[in-house]
Design a protein around this ligand. Structure first.
Ligand code: TPP
Ligand code: MG
Length: 324
């Protein structure tokens, strides 16, 4: 039990890559080179990396629009995600889903949604499918703190507890839901405090603390896999950028974002890896360098992929048939 050196380095590699990819996308958006809806994950790279890396390859991930870093840590191709965000044929859904509905069945990313909270009962459904099929898989469901205020949260927690489903609900509590602070939306301090009402085990962890978050994920996944049922993990994190790129963040107390930016968790983790003897500066420098190359590869892949032909409009979609 506990995170190995190998996994610590994998978490570092994916988080530094995710940070650089997000920065590349911001730069492309601000320069007008691309135009897409992008929900920045800056500030939560470590959390996403730990969630994806703590799962088995065959496990199911139910994603949400701000957790591309978790999906990539689970094995989803960055190039295909990027192409999907741009509506290109090379994307996971050939450009028809866009970023917020991209899934990757090969990587086990089975569901994704822009409907806030909508994925929670569906995650319970995936977990129920594992019980019925006896496939010994665990479903991990990512969602935000705002999603915990949807009725769907209540439905999912109730069923997951009642039926002892093999699911781990991971709340990425970045303390804001669009333009509203969690403290203004919730009568209890933590999402995890609500678990008692469902008789569910729960924990609140510092999502920037890789070791603590790994331990929380490992024991919740183990509980789910061994018949102990569901767990609610609340990981505290922070959203470095606005909800979308058009958000001036005027509702955030002055100095709050700067204080967070000056204590970037990815840099803090890097320093800790060195200070604690897990890696040298040179070893980590190799990952930093590789990440820069992989970001360019993903961008090149997305850029060079064509847009779908107009003939494709009705293929692979529900609704009017191709003959309409
Ligand atoms: C059912 C529903 N209600 C409202 C919205 C509009 N909306 C999009 S993102 C968002 C904020 C959700 O916040 P949170 O769950 O904390 O996730 P975060 O964006 O902070 O990662 C809202 C309200 C939506 N997409 N779906
Ligand atoms: Mg939030």
């Amino acid at each position: 039990m506990g995170i190995t050196r190998e996994k610590l380095l994998e978490v570092y590699a994916i988080s530094v890559f995710a940070k650089q990819l997000d920065e590349k996308v911001q730069q492309l958006l601000m320069s007008g080179a691309i135009n897409t809806t992008w929900f920045s994950w800056r500030g939560s790279e470590l959390l996403g990396a730990v969630v994806g890396k703590s799962m088995r390859p065959g496990d199911y991930m139910v994603a949400y629009y701000r957790d591309g870093m978790s999906q990539m840590a689970k094995g989803s191709s960055p190039g295909k995600l990027f192409a999907e965000a741009l509506g290109k044929v090379g994307g996971n859904q050939k450009g028809k889903s866009g970023w917020v509905h991209s899934i990757d069945l090969e990587a086990g990313v089975v569901m994704n949604s822009g409907v806030v909270g909508g994925q929670l009962p569906i995650a319970a459904g995936w977990a129920l499918s594992s019980v019925l099929r006896g496939d010994n898989k665990v479903t991990v469901c990512n969602f935000g703190d705002g999603a915990a205020n949807e009725g769907a949260f209540h439905e999912a927690m109730t069923l997951a507890s009642l039926w002892s489903l093999p699911v781990v609900f991971v709340c990425h509590n970045n303390q804001y839901s669009e333009h509203t602070a969690f403290s203004k939306m919730s009568p209890v301090e933590h999402v995890a405090d609500r678990a008692a009402a469902y008789n569910l085990p729960s924990v609140t962890v510092d999502g920037d603390d890789v070791v603590a978050t790994w331990d929380a994920m490992e024991s919740a996944i183990e509980r789910a896999r061994t018949g102990g049922g569901a767990t609610l993990v609340e990981a505290m994190t922070y959203r470095f950028r606005g909800h979308t790129r058009y958000d001036p963040m005027a509702y955030i107390p002055s100095g709050e974002v700067d204080a967070r930016l000056n204590d970037d968790p990815v840099i803090r983790f890097r320093n800790w890896l060195i200070a604690d003897g897990h890696a040298t500066d040179q070893e980590l420098g190799v990952f930093d360098h590789q990440a820069a190359g992989e970001v360019e590869e993903a961008w090149e892949f997305a850029k060079s992929s064509p847009y779908p032909d107009a003939d494709e409009l009705h293929a692979d979609v529900f609704g009017p048939s191709a003959t309409v």
